[in-house]
Design a protein around this ligand. Structure first.
Ligand SMILES: [Zn+2]
Length: 361
C-alpha cells in the first residue's frame, strides 16, 4: 500500500532496546524462554531479554527470579515484558539495582528501579535505531508519535539528535511525562526537528481519583493530555476528567488504546472531543489472549472502530511498537476485519484514515 503513513502510537527507544535484547517472544513455555536466554547471553555483563507475555506461556505463568537464576547462575538478567509495563530480574540483577525486597523478581511499572539498570552502549543503540527507522520507512511509515510516559528533556534531545543525523527518517512527535514540563518548550514547540506532543498519563490502578487533577494541571501548563486507557473504569475516569477540564485552545486530548468500552460510553467519548488512538494489530496478534481472558460479551466491546467513527469520534491508529511492528498494511488489514465484531470493521477509506496525520498531535 502507498505511503507515507503516520503511526500514531509507538515507543521508539523501547523498540530500539528490544532489538538489542534476546527476543523470547516466540517462547510458548518458560523452559523454552530460559533456553533462549542461555543461548543468547553475552559472555559477560548484563543479560537483556525482551518479549515475554504470561498469556503466551503454558499455564499463564510469569517467569521468576529463580527461573532466571537457574538459566544463568549468578548473572544479572533483566527480562522485559512485551508491553514494557513489567520486567523480571534475576537475583544478581536485584542486588545490583538495590531491589532485593522484590524476591520473586517481578517489577510492575517500576521505571524508577529499572532506570538503575546500566544503559545500552550509545553506538549500538544508534545503529539499531537506524535499522529500525529504515524498516519502518520501507513499510510506508513517514511519521510517528512516540507515546512514552517517561519521555523528558533527555529523551527528546536524543530523538532530535538522531533526527538531525538522519538516523531517524520519520517526522517525530514525542509525548512527554507529566513530571518535568518546566524544562521543556511548550506543546507543539520544536526540540530540533522533534515536535513536543501531549502529556502522557498512565492512570494507576486504585488511584483513578488522581486523574482529574493531573489532567487539569497539564491543561493549565498549556498541554493536552493522552491517557492510557485499557479498562472501562479507567475510560470512565478519563471521561470524567475531560468533562471537568478542557484542553488548551486549538488542541485535542487523546485516549490511547481504548481496548474496552461499554456501548453507553461511545456517545460520551464523542462528546468529550478527544481523539481515540486504537491498536488494530492487537486484534490479530493478541487474539488468543482475548479469546482466553474475555467473555463473548466483552469481546464485543473490544477495540471499537466503526461505532466510534459513526458517533463522530476522530479515530486514529498506532502499532504500539515494539508490542506490534509498525507495519501500516497490517494495521489497516486488521481494522477492516475485526475478528470478534464485524460491525466494528472499517471500510478501506476508513482504515486508511486511521494512519493519516492529525493537525494537533
Ligand atoms: Zn504504548
Amino acid at each position: 500500500m502507498s505511503g507515507p503513513h503516520t503511526d500514531h502510537h509507538v515507543h521508539f527507544l523501547a523498540a530500539v532496546a528490544a532489538r538489542l535484547s534476546i527476543d523470547v517472544s516466540a517462547a510458548g513455555r518458560v523452559e523454552d524462554l530460559l533456553a533462549a536466554i542461555e543461548v543468547g547471553a553475552p559472555a559477560r555483563g548484563w543479560v537483556r531479554a525482551w518479549g515475554y507475555e504470561e498469556w503466551r506461556l503454558a499455564g499463564g505463568r510469569t517467569p521468576t527470579a529463580s527461573d532466571l537464576e537457574r538459566a544463568l547462575p549468578g548473572r544479572p538478567v533483566v527480562l522485559h515484558h512485551r508491553t514494557g509495563h513489567a520486567a523480571v530480574l534475576s537475583p544478581a540483577a536485584l542486588v545490583e539495582v538495590g531491589a532485593t525486597e522484590h524476591a520473586d523478581g517481578l517489577l510492575v511499572d517500576r521505571h524508577d528501579i529499572l532506570s538503575r539498570v546500566p544503559r545500552l552502549d550509545p553506538s549500538s543503540m544508534q545503529a539499531a535505531a537506524a535499522r529500525l527507522s529504515a524498516e519502518w520507512e520501507a513499510a510506508g511509515v513517514g511519521a510517528f508519535t512516540d507515546a512514552t510516559h517517561t519521555n523528558g528533556a533527555a529523551e527528546l534531545d536524543l530523538l532530535a539528535r538522531w533526527s538531525a543525523a538522519g538516523v531517524i527518517r520519520q517526522a517525530v512527535t514525542a509525548m512527554v511525562g507529566p513530571g518535568d514540563l518546566a524544562s521543556l518548550p511548550g506543546h507543539g514547540a520544536p526540540v530540533g526537528s522533534v515536535r513536543v506532543g501531549a502529556v502522557k498519563l498512565m492512570p494507576a490502578a486504585g488511584r483513578l481519583g488522581e486523574l482529574r487533577p493531573q489532567v487539569a494541571d497539564a491543561h493549565r501548563s498549556g498541554f493536552p493530555v493522552a491517557i492510557h486507557v485499557v479498562e472501562v473504569d479507567v475510560l470512565a475516569a478519563a471521561l470524567d476528567a475531560f468533562a471537568a477540564s478542557g484542553p488548551p485552545p486549538g488542541c485535542r486530548d487523546r485516549i490511547e488504546h481504548n481496548a474496552l468500552s461499554l456501548p453507553e460510553q461511545v456517545d460520551s467519548i464523542a462528546a468529550s472531543g478527544a481523539v481515540v488512538v486504537v491498536n488494530p494489530s492487537f486484534l490479530v496478534r493478541r487474539r488468543g489472549k482475548y479469546q482466553a481472558q474475555l467473555t463473548g460479551v466483552e469481546r464485543g466491546w473490544l477495540i471499537r472502530m466503526a461505532s466510534l467513527v459513526r458517533a463522530g469520534v476522530e479515530l486514529r491508529a498506532g502499532s504500539d511498537a515494539p508490542v506490534a511492528p509498525s507495519v501500516p498494511a497490517e494495521m489497516t488489514a486488521a481494522a477492516r476485519a475485526h475478528p470478534f465484531s464485524a460491525a466494528e470493521s472499517l471500510d478501506e477509506a476508513g482504515a486508511r484514515r486511521l494512519l493519516s496525520p492529525l493537525d494537533d498531535a
